[in-house]
Design a protein around this ligand. Structure first.
Ligand code: GLY
Length: 380
């Protein structure tokens, strides 16, 4: 894995889940093939597109045009942009709109948007009429490499992120890399944290490739498709071996226990995007692993150096309003971590690192060790 690929028409990654297997279609302009691919999957289907206001401005009409060209009827449901839409209230709105649009058991919900829309629309599809099929059309880098693949869907509870949800696999994922051109640099960077995650947790050679090729990836060169396809292959492999997260899939949560606590402490606001929380969280996981003697401090520093080189936050102090109540308080952060789904009988589960490219699941982490570590980081 040395030279980047040339731009290619499209790459298809298979998520091997037996009779629920599906394709992830990756490439520039593959959105135009949405209609014909859906028609091939289920002739005569009716669809409803769930999207947000910003994505709708750029990509709703091309998506509708592709469906119309294939003779597929569709309707549109537009929600507010942002994490706030992963709520009971918006889920109700979307569900009622899908019923009003007469989406029936054999029809498709199409999630056109980033992680919020994908999680929300996927969950609405999972519960509508006890489950209708859905197609993911991820429009953010984060959604293309992570949230659109693997069937995790859901909304947030006021008590924590993603606490209400279901596993519901899509029937197809269309990851058009040209739609990423309209993302803000900050959103793109936040998604990049999840790309780097695959190298950090399981593929040192990919991480080394990213260290060399990230500039081409950020500027829209062929490295972008290569990185997205490599990330999706890694995720597809894990999901096909452990769909329900009874083991290996938990490794994909690297950086997320710390990250979700930071997101909650900043009110799931623009102060910290999910990918930014994951970036800080991965560095904290690496440094905590180093403190436990599991990884060398040099390897932990290498991870922080790369994430910082692409402009991602890597320290608690990089987060906007760091001194505000809730964020600069180790006990409050620990309480938020304990509320995450990764807690069992009072002991925390963390994904820790033995090397760049080798993550492990650490059950039974003593909360007081984490508290002391966070206390020291808050003072650093
Ligand atoms: N985002 C982690 C997973 O899908 O398992």
């Amino acid at each position: 894995m040395t030279a980047p690929l040339k731009h290619s028409a499209s790459v298809i990654v298979d998520v091997a889940l037996g009779d629920r297997a599906y394709d992830i279609v990756i490439g520039r302009d593959v959105l135009a093939s949405l209609g014909e691919r859906i028609a091939a999957l289920r002739p005569g289907v009716r669809t409803a597109i769930v999207t947000d206001r910003t994505v709708a401005k750029y990509w709703l009409e091309p998506a509708e045009a592709s469906l119309a060209a294939a003779g597929i009827p569709t309707s549109r449901i537009i929600v507010e942009e942002g994490e706030g839409s992963k709520s009971y209230a918006t889920l109700t709105e979307v569900s009622e709109a899908l019923i009003a649009a007469k989406i029936e058991r054999n029809d498709f919900v199409i999630a056109l948007g980033g992680g919020v829309v994908g999680d929300l629309a996927g969950f609405a599809a999972a519960i509508l009429r006890r489950g209708v099929d859905f197609v993911q059309v991820p429009t953010s880098l984060l959604a293309q490499v992570d949230s659109s693949v693997g069937g995790k869907t859901g909304i947030n509870s006021p008590q924590g992120k993603n606490l209400i949800g279901a596993f519901h696999q899509p029937l197809l994922v269309i990851a058009d890399t040209s739609v990423l051109d309209t993302l803000s640099p900050r959103q793109f960077r936040a998604g990049y944290a999840e790309v780097a995650k695959y190298g950090i947790l399981g593929d040192e050679a990919f991480f080394a490739w990213l260290e060399k090729n990230h500039a081409d990836l950020f500027s829209g060169g062929a490295a972008r498709e290569h990185a997205i396809a490599t990330s999706c292959r890694a995720k597809a492999g894990v999901v096909s071996r452990d769909e329900r997260e009874t083991g290996e899939r938990a490794l994909l949560n690297l950086g997320h226990t710390f990250g979700h606590a930071l997101e909650a402490a900043t009110g799931f606001s623009d102060r910290l995007f999910h990918g930014e929380g994951v970036s800080v969280g991965m560095v904290l996981a690496a440094e905590f692993s180093a403190q436990l003697g599991m990884i060398s401090p040099d390897d932990a520093a290498r991870i922080a150096r790369h994430l910082s080189a692409v402009g991602l936050p890597t320290r608690l102090q990089d987060i906007a309003g760091f001194r505000q109540e809730g964020l600069a308080d180790a006990d409050a952060l620990l309480a938020l971590m304990a509320q995450d789904k990764k807690v069992k009988r009072g002991k925390l589960t963390f994904i820790l690192l033995e090397a760049v490219g080798r993550a492990v699941i650490a059950n039974n982490v003593e909360p007081s060790l984490v508290r002391d570590f966070m206390q020291a980081k808050l003072k650093a």
